[in-house]
Design a protein around this ligand. Structure first.
Ligand code: NAD
Length: 495
């Protein structure tokens, strides 16, 4: 990996995209408006980006629909689509330092995380999905007699992908790759807080051979560009990652328009259960710290609620605070940094508000505390831990999306499961135990789309990702992701 000095030099020579990408070319917003992209580590202006709204949505949807209807991509042989997507993946790889820098500068994620996780994961998502599409077969139903019932998976039409700011390239890849692989046209609406990397991605799509109009990127605000996409009658699917609040709005917009499908990857308040029989308390503490402080806690699967068995509480808390000391906020361009700034001032203020509410509700601050913000110096928060958390407290129930951990104790397995499930969310959960039966028993009972045993956050393109309850529906990644972007069709023939 590059050194700190090398990353700084590369960053200084980087140019930033600023226009929307529609029908195979960069264009300004119809109304000429822009919004500022700020580097959250320095508060310096990076780029003034086209601020799209409903007028741009009309243009992009028309281009995407026209491309879909023409069959230029939707009717292309899957093997040919595969080859283009593989070329696209190769181009991303060739520009991987640039992509790593774009997300790090745009939203504050550490460069080592970009290099170690986001970039390889995104490339792998494109490659693996592309490799899958010419190996999927249709079916013949076992109807018997003088009938032939053919079942096929068809592309749907125009898909709008609306994505968050915390893993800009990776979250977009998880939607764009399977939606395009299935033959759809896609309009990606990235978060207004981190649109830069996917604007660059669009240009590479054209270079790889994706036909004009098939992949478009509309930067803009949620309540303008996002809402207009969700209300549009020619958009057939919304593939969303973001907050549960906005997910609810999107379902309303679907109801008000054409009943488009709304696939949701939303918020979380994931629990981590540490049992006294865990094999290695220090390892569990390290895993627990990583699960809340990675990416400054701006992670949907962050384990922001920790329940530790009473008998090991003191030993575990000492190890946890030790592990927390390993997280120090700093310049995300430095490969040694493992915590960058919060994405913007509003997010830093949210963190501060929840720290105040935790204290007001009677939780005990044992590590970290309020951010010490200095104007112009970046939006840095501190890794923060509270004990004596109670499930009724606001900071235990609500997603903070920052490095703030709530710790409580339990005595029995039954109590641990009840505490863990006492949440409107159900995205991820971690549990630490060396008892195999307990691991299975508790995993089964947790109301959660994903459970990690003696680890946290591990994943693979081959494994589905997603949640239950207010955390969403459907799954990203794996072949199950294709279910979101294809329509089952049957043709019944009397012989
Ligand atoms: P957000 O809901 O504020 O925004 C997400 C996207 O929706 C953005 O592109 C935004 O512009 C757009 N949007 C906002 N209002 C809209 C509206 N009225 N109509 C249409 N679009 C609108 O979320 P965020 O702050 O960008 O991201 C953080 C959230 O994302 C957290 O809740 C986090 O848990 C969640 N998240 C979930 C997953 C997952 O896989 N489950 C992954 C990453 C992030």
């Amino acid at each position: 990996m590059n050194s700190y000095e090398q990353w700084k030099t590369l960053a200084a020579s980087l140019s930033f995209p600023s226009q929307a990408y529609i029908n195979g070319q960069y264009v300004d917003a119809v109304n000429g408006d822009t919004f500022d992209c700020i580097n959250p580590a320095t508060e310096a202006l990076l780029s003034q980006v086209a601020s799209c709204d409903s007028a741009d949505v009309e243009v992009a949807v028309a281009a995407a629909k026209k491309a879909f209807k023409s069959g230029v991509w939707s009717a292309m042989a899957p093997r040919e689509r595969k080859n283009i997507m593989l070329k696209w993946a190769q181009l991303i790889e060739q520009h991987k330092d640039e992509f790593a820098l774009l997300d790090t500068l745009d939203m504050g994620k550490s460069i080592s995380e970009m290099v170690g996780i986001d970039i390889p994961d995104s490339i792998d998502c494109f490659r693996w999905t592309a490799e899958g599409i010419d190996k999927l077969y249709g079916e013949i139903a076992p109807t018997g007699g003088s009938n032939l019932a053919l079942i096929s998976h068809e592309p749907i039409g125009v898909i709008a992908a609306i994505t968050p700011w915390n893993y800009p390239l990776m979250m977009a890849s998880w939607k764009v790759a399977p939606a395009l692989a299935a033959g759809n046209s896609v309009i990606l609406k990235p978060s207004e807080k981190s649109p830069l990397s996917v604007l660059r991605l669009a240009e590479l799509a054209t270079q790889a051979g994706v036909p004009d109009g098939v992949f478009n990127v509309l930067p803009g605000y949620g309540h303008t560009a996002g809402k207009a996409l969700a209300l549009h009658n020619d958009v057939q699917v919304i593939a969303f990652t973001g907050s549960s609040r906005v997910a609810g709005l999107l379902m309303e917009y679907a109801g008000q328009s054409n009943l488009k499908r709304v696939w949701i990857e939303a918020g979380g308040k994931s629990p981590c259960l540490v049992f006294a029989d865990c094999e290695d308390i220090a390892a569990a503490a390290k895993g627990a710290a990583a699960s809340i402080f990675t990416n400054q806690g701006e992670v949907c699967i962050a384990c922001s609620r920790l329940y530790v068995q009473s008998s090991i509480k003191d030993e575990f808390m000492a190890a946890l605070i030790d592990a927390a000391k390993g997280y120090v906020a700093g310049d995300p361009l430095n490969p040694a940094t493992n915590m960058g700034p919060m994405v913007d001032k509003a997010q830093l203020e949210t963190v501060a508000r929840f720290i105040n509410s935790a204290q007001a509700d009677g939780a005990t601050l044992v590590y970290g505390g309020l951010p010490e913000y200095q104007e112009g110096q970046g939006f840095f928060a501190k890794p923060t831990i509270f004990t004596d958390a109670k499930n009724h407290m606001e900071f235990v129930q609500e997603e903070i999306f920052g490095p703030v951990l709530a710790v409580a104790t339990f005595d029995t397995e039954e109590e641990a499961v009840a505490l863990a499930n006492d949440s409107k969310y159900g995205l991820g959960a971690a549990l630490w135990t060396s008892n195999l039966s307990r691991a299975h028993r508790v995993s089964r009972q947790l109301e959660s789309g994903m459970v990690w045993v003696n680890t946290w956050g591990d994943g693979d393109t081959t494994v589905p990702f997603g949640g239950v309850k207010a955390s969403g529906n459907g799954r990203d990644k794996s072949l199950h992701a294709m279910e979101k972007y294809t329509e089952i069709k049957n043709v019944w023939i009397r012989l």
